[in-house]
Design a protein around this ligand. Structure first.
Ligand code: BGC
Length: 787
């Protein structure tokens, strides 16, 4: 399959990827751009000069802990200092070609980052003649650099449903990351957040494949530029993660998932395909297992599907310690050496080892013993070198910090505030209690009311986010922002309960519910801030999806005061609130809005900003009703006269795509250009949206379709298009979407994208229209991967 998008970009440097597989028919058909050709020649020349040891070193990535002084950087508060002897050992002896680091400490300014990375580059250029590539998780801004601009976590970016904002967020993140001397970002997360219990839910853009694909593509455009020339100032190479099917079936992180190939192709693959087509340079592999096989050992997924079928010619990196896990955790390799053989032969190009050099020594032996072919090593190293050349690292291994005067500029911070405002989602607003008057007297309470840590979540200054309060002193918590908004004299604060800083993230202490009840007597409204403390990955595994018992008790006590309660949710995943939600007058979801989340929320609560976020997932009501909006009909059994005299429905708290505004929008004039269409037709779908309220507002126009009957029981509805528009009071706009039969296709029984003839319903707002597809068409057919 030819990578059309990349070709479309004409001069793109990404094109060089296409030309590199000798004998590949794609390469023969593709016109090679001169810049690509130049890079290819350089790569081949460099490769031809490398020894086996140097090649294997290029495939090795080590964490900074291995080459730095003192205690582990994960716990240290001291400025990180390289240990020269260890650096020499890693680079001179083992020829290590890549480093990563996820910790932070006080001195990690852009200058400090540049100093560390330039020290490593000097040694690498002297000893090996090839620059190292440094990678980091800058998933909501450059979150390991002190002073950088922090955006909402991806779940909030998804809730903004604003593609422009997502692209601009990625541009600023790329700029500030490169300003810190780091050219490689382990982002975007293109997994789907389809299980509200999962500790990585907030790292995703939500539960829907179309929404995630759109946001993922915009992120890559922002990181790499439209021409994918990442040698330009302020750009980084993105990494699509975690390929493929990283999801939760038990609610816990990194546990086995069972996904039939059809579902893998229809639901989990498209977000990766869209970003590969956009020209993404690197992919990180899913740490979990699919159908019993760890993805890191699955050649069918890595080589056959990603590298061959999707024509991905970039670099595939493992996740943290996941080659070792084939032996240590998953028990499919009898020893570490066998694990290395499995992963490299499956198609891994670089190992995030991260703590030792066993990968390097084992792989050298495996090549010498003929267990791993040298052509596989050459393929891997070619991919690594191409990324390094594309980033311009050979010419400029370090960043000129003076070129980056816009680091954390006022403009960037204003954008971060705007994204936080657009992500915050008004879920309930009984009797229009919101917005509040600025003369109102309020009690602010709850463990999330006065915490920068909870506003940011994990991947913020440190992996688990536990250092946020030290670094984010200059920003405002919810309490501080409300005090500034309406004056301290109008605000009472009693936390009611607090998170333990050293305990498990869901534990609370200092329980003072009575204090909050007392304080409520003197106010007009209660702003109750509940949710979760920060966490990341496995340590965030849950045993109980309900919001904690202490928080439920606080909510019930607040409701019992008789004062109107505004519930603010500040959480990475939808913790159940059904035991007290009916007693809340308003509910506002902030997700993890970042450093500007407090101000953004205050602007919304007191009416300076009209909320426009929409839920990017289905908010569940009960632990045994965890379904996504695109479920199949049998999940929601309605009564049917003479057939079923019972119903079995799953109830939800709030639906996917839901979010209120302070104004009202009316949908009218839904037009679909044809009543009947064939498989090659394009349909124009349009709808008029009018702001019928008395203030300006933004609306996300969402087009869903339902296939009424299909050979595989169809989803009740699927999101096909969306657009966020802004309307002044009284203003109308017509929104147009183009859609074809291919957009309505599903993956059928024979592993093919197929649209079947029959009736479809198109839904926009409260309007719907039925149209008929007059023929069945198979669009693409794939050989089974036998997963
Ligand atoms: C996570 C990845 C991350 C990597 C490096 C892993 O534990 O699963 O998402 O990129 O660590 O920090």
């Amino acid at each position: 399959m030819l990578n059309q998008k990349m070709i479309g970009f004409g001069i793109t440097l990404a094109l060089f990827f296409l030309s590199s597989c000798g004998g590949n028919s794609k390469a023969e058909q593709t016109p090679i751009d001169p810049a690509t050709e130049v890079i290819n020649q350089k790569v081949e020349k460099t490769l031809s000069q490398l020894t086996l040891e140097e090649k294997v070193g290029q495939m090795t990535q080590i964490t900074m802990d291995v080459i730095s002084k003192g205690e582990s950087i994960f716990v240290s508060d001291e400025p990180l200092e390289l240990d020269d002897k260890k650096v020499i050992e890693a680079i001179q002896k083992y020829k290590v070609g890549s480093f990563l680091n996820t910790a932070n400490n006080r001195a990690r300014t852009p200058e400090k980052w540049n100093e560390i990375i330039s020290d490593l580059q000097k040694v690498a250029m002297k000893e090996v003649g090839i620059p190292i590539i440094y990678g980091i998780d800058a998933i909501h801004g450059t979150t390991y650099t002190a002073g950088a601009t922090f955006f909402p976590q991806p779940i909030g970016m998804g809730a903004s449903w604003n593609k422009d904002l997502v692209r601009q967020m990625a541009e600023i993140t790329a700029y500030e990351t490169r300003a810190s001397g780091i050219p490689w970002n382990f982002s975007p997360v293109l997994d789907l957040g389809r299980d509200g219990r999962w500790a990585r839910m907030w790292e995703t853009f939500g539960e829907d494949v179309f929404l995630v694909s759109e946001m993922g593509r915009e992120t890559i455009r922002g990181y790499q530029g439209d021409d994918n020339d990442v040698s330009k100032k302020g750009r980084v190479a993105g990494s699509l993660k975690h390929y493929l099917g990283y999801s939760s079936y038990s609610g816990k992180d990194r546990t086995p998932a069972y996904i039939p190939e059809r579902q893998l192709r229809e639901i989990y693959l498209p977000s990766f395909k869209a970003a590969v087509d956009q020209g993404a340079y690197t992919v990180m592999v899913n740490s979990g297992l699919i159908n019993g096989i760890p993805v890191h050992a699955n050649k069918r997924l890595i080589t056959d599907l990603l590298k061959n079928e999707l024509a991905f010619e970039g670099l595939v990196v493992t996740d943290w310690a996941d080659i070792e896990n084939l032996h240590n955790r998953d028990k499919i390799a009898a020893d570490q050496k066998e694990a290395v053989k499995m992963a490299v032969n499956a198609g891994i190009d670089m190992a995030m080892v991260p703590y030792n050099f066993n990968f390097t020594t084992n792989l050298i032996e495996l090549v010498k013993e003929g267990e791993v072919n040298i052509s596989r090593i050459d393929d891997a190293v070619r991919r690594v070198l191409k990324v390094k050349y594309a980033l311009g690292l050979f010419e400029n291994p370090t960043t000129e910090i003076d070129d980056y005067k816009e680091f954390a500029s006022t403009k960037s911070e204003a954008l971060a505030l705007a994204t936080a405002e657009e992500s915050i989602t008004l879920l309930k607003n009984r009797k229009k209690v919101l917005p509040l008057s600025k003369n109102a007297k309020v009690l602010v309470t709850g463990p999330n009311a006065n915490s920068m840590r909870t506003l940011n979540g994990g991947w913020s200054y440190s992996w688990q986010g536990e250092k946020v309060s030290e670094f984010a002193e200059g920003y405002q918590t919810i309490l501080e922002a409300i005090e500034e908004e309406i004056g301290k004299s109008n605000v009472s604060y009693v936390s009611g309960l607090e998170y333990k800083m050293d305990g498990k993230y869901e534990e609370e202490q200092n329980i003072n519910i009575q204090g909050a009840v007392k304080a409520a007597r003197n106010v007009d409204y209660i702003i109750l801030c509940l949710g979760e403390n920060s966490y990341c990955e496995k340590p965030g595994d849950l045993v109980d999806m309900d919001i904690s018992e202490n928080q439920q008790a606080l909510a019930q006590a607040m409701a019992a005061t008789g004062k109107p309660v505004i519930l603010i949710l500040n959480e990475g995943r939808p913790r159940l609130i059904s035991r007290f939600e009916a007693q809340m007058d308003a509910v506002v979801q902030t997700y993890l809005p970042g450093n500007f989340g407090g101000v953004a929320l205050a602007n919304i609560l007191f009416g300076d900003v009209n909320p426009s976020g929409k839920l990017p997932y289905t908010y569940p009501k009960y632990p045994n009703s965890l379904l996504t909006y695109d479920h199949q009909p049998s999940e929601n059994q309605e009564k049917m006269e003479g057939v079923y005299d019972y119903e079995s429905s799953f109830e939800i708290q709030y639906p996917f795509g839901h979010g209120l505004s302070y104004t009202t929008f009316e949908y009218s004039d839904l037009v679909v250009s044809k009543n009947e269409f064939d498989a090659d037709d394009k349909l124009d779908v349009s709808v008029k949206v009018t702001n019928t309220g008395n203030r300006a507002g933004k609306e996300v126009v969402q087009l869903y379709t339902s296939d009424l009957y299909a050979s595989i029981s169809p989803s009740v509805k699927r999101l096909r298009r969306f657009e966020k528009i802004e309307l002044a009071a009284g203003e109308s706009k017509v929104v147009n979407f183009e859609i074809s039969a291919r957009d309505l296709a599903f993956v059928g029984l024979n592993n093919e994208w197929i649209s079947e003839e029959g009736d479809f319903i198109f839904r926009l707002g409260n309007l719907e229209k039925q149209v008929k597809l007059t023929e069945t068409k198979v669009f693409d057919q794939f050989p089974s991967l036998n997963l």
